[in-house]
Design a protein around this ligand. Structure first.
Ligand code: ATP
Length: 307
């Protein structure tokens, strides 16, 4: 299948001289949820703005559903819905008028049935005649999504969709985004909440200092880079790791109460049995043993830290 977005050798230099995007190559598959991760200032918003045609590339091309985002801007933009980080709308307007107006901006004929379905899908229909200023923060965010989808785009960009939102609302948002994907919308989101990417994304892209350093299927990424950790809660705290154990990948917690052993989850030989024997030989008793797999967060932190 043809990718819905195809980005080739994309570069963006700001007037200040800052090289914000460096030789980005990326294809987004139709119908996927793609999460773009990166530390502050990595270039996520710049990448989204450039794909959406809001910011012009310095070089390279972006094709959105068959249309070049520079030479065929209007057609490309019509395929895209963008939910920006900041709430940006007329707070005195009603929900329905706001969403209808957005559709009109793209020259689409009025379609009351579509707008009603959209508002119902986003649990906003009850509020269609309410002024936006009277809505809760979560509802305002939904209105921003309804606005972005008013012209029936195939692609939806969500820039930090749940920043500052409480856990419950975040889960609602996730469910709603999945619902949109099930209706055939391709979704690209940026997030600081790694948990969000872990929960939602089919694929993950990591951007660091303007470079896309990794694009991978989420499960493959977690399998490939994941490590397991064994934590041994000691009966007696240790002041330091005994010399006899210095050859093992062990760390001691600051208070000396836990030994942490890290091992490759795919290796046939974990070395755990041998480690436990050694501990026994040296009279190190433990009262509890827990194992944990590294999360996407651990993987992400190690990726962006590596220089
Ligand atoms: N209009 C602009 N002019 C000059 N530099 C800019 C402009 N917009 C962004 N930058 C710079 O480009 C770099 C990338 O910024 P961008 O906002 O794309 O990062 P981000 O990954 O979205 O960050 P955050 O997670 O903080 O939102 C930063 O160094 C930023 O200061």
């Amino acid at each position: 299948m043809q990718p819905i977005i195809s980005i080739q050798q994309l570069n963006k230099r700001y007037a200040s001289g800052l090289h914000a995007l460096k030789d980005i190559d990326l294809e987004i598959e139709r119908g996927e949820i793609f999460a773009l991760l990166g530390p502050n200032g990595a270039g996520k918003t710049t990448l989204i703005s450039t794909i959406c045609g809001i910011s012009r590339p310095s070089s390279g091309t972006v094709i959105a559903d068959g249309h070049d985002t520079v030479s065929d801007y209007r057609a490309a933009r019509a395929k895209i819905g963008l939910v920006p980080q900041e709430l940006s709308t007329d707070m005195f307007e009603t929900v329905l008028a706001t969403v209808k107006f957005s559709r009109g901006l793209f020259g689409k004929p009025q379609n009351d049935a579509y707008i009603e379905k959209l508002l119902r899908d986003l649990s906003l229909w009850d509020k269609h005649s309410a002024k936006i200023m009277t809505l809760s923060g979560g509802m305002k965010r939904r209105v921003m999504i309804a606005k972005a989808l008013a012209h029936e785009p195939q692609i939806l960009f969500l820039d930090e969709p749940t920043a500052g939102v409480d856990v419950e609302l975040r889960r609602d948002m996730w469910q709603m985004v999945r619902g949109l994907r099930d209706n055939g919308v391709t979704i690209i989101l940026t997030t600081h909440y790694i948990e969000e990417a872990e929960e939602m994304a089919d694929r993950i892209g990591v951007i660091r200092r303007g470079e896309l350093i990794l694009v991978e299927d989420k499960h493959t990424l977690m399998e490939k880079l994941g490590e397991r950790e064994l934590r041994l809660q000691l009966q007696q705290p240790l002041a330091s790791i005994p010399v006899a154990l210095s050859g093992y990948p062990l760390t001691l917690t600051e208070d000396g109460s836990e030994l942490i052993y890290t091992f490759d989850s795919h290796s046939d030989h974990t070395g755990i049995a041998e480690l436990l024997r050694k501990l026994d030989q040296h009279g190190i008793d433990f009262r509890n043993l827990r194992s944990r797999e590294s999360s996407l967060e651990d993987i992400f932190v190690s990726l962006v830290r590596a220089s």
